[in-house]
Design a protein around this ligand. Structure first.
Ligand code: CA
Length: 233
């Protein structure tokens, strides 16, 4: 029997928090509520949630600050709730380490689909650690395609699941150029409501981790006007 998953809901608008909670409980999740950023941060770090649903506009500490702080020590999946008029928030949230975002107003059905997808992805990552190694070397970069591990000059890099999946997808298809739209569809996997800047942000974060000089990349290359590809240096 799979254990029940616990979702931490960090949302100051009580009516929204309550309706989310009601629907999640109906779906078989355990829930915990926090109505401000400080309480949310504390519960995210010490309450062992399986996923954090994090509103952006919060009293005490806003969602971005919470996200950033959580990411300093935790890899718990974070799904940010952003308002439609706050386009920039999506990208900022992803830059700070959120795994996904959903724009208000959203349907409960979509929210639950997103939560399940993000939890599933984490489970996949955990189960990968038991797989036999399947390492491919690309210059001084070595990628274990099965175990989701990347090393550069022998030193392990801390990639998020999404960063790893994007790297793996491109590296397995060396020199082939993909548009941002293609990458969103293939790597993000489910019907994604995000925009193509999500791909750019993830590429930028990957480069910062992989490249000696992220402004002069040697692995993940830009094909101007088309998209991205992976190259063996
Ligand atoms: Ca709010």
């Amino acid at each position: 029997m799979e254990s029940r998953k616990k979702i931490l809901i960090v949302e100051d608008e009580k009516s929204i928090a309550d309706i989310i909670k009601f629907n999640l409980v109906k779906e078989g999740f355990d829930t915990e509520l926090a109505h401000n950023g400080l309480d949310g941060l504390d519960r995210a770090l010490h309450g062992a949630p399986d996923l954090v649903l994090l509103d952006v506009m919060l009293p005490e500490l806003d969602g971005f600050q919470v996200c950033k702080k959580v990411r300093e020590t935790s890899t718990v999946p974070i799904l940010m709730l952003t308002a439609k008029e706050e386009e920039v928030d999506k990208v900022l949230g992803l830059e700070l380490g959120a795994d996904d975002y959903i724009t208000k107003p959203f349907s409960m059905r979509e929210l639950i689909a997103r939560i399940k997808a993000n939890i599933r992805r984490t489970e996949v990552m955990v189960s990968m650690q038991d797989e036999p190694s399947n390492i491919t070397d690309f210059g001084n970069l070595s990628i274990d395609m099965n175990r989701y591990e990347v090393r550069k000059d022998g030193t392990a890099l801390e990639l998020t699941l999404r960063e790893f999946e994007l790297l793996k997808y491109l590296a397995e298809r060396e020199n082939k150029v993909f548009s941002r739209e293609q990458l969103l569809e293939e790597v993000w996997g489910y019907e994604y409501y995000g925009d193509i800047r999500t791909v750019d942000v993830t590429v930028r974060r990957l480069r910062e981790k992989l490249e000696d000089d992220s402004s002069d990349p040697k692995y993940i290359m830009t094909k101007r006007g088309i998209g991205y590809y992976f190259r063996r240096p």
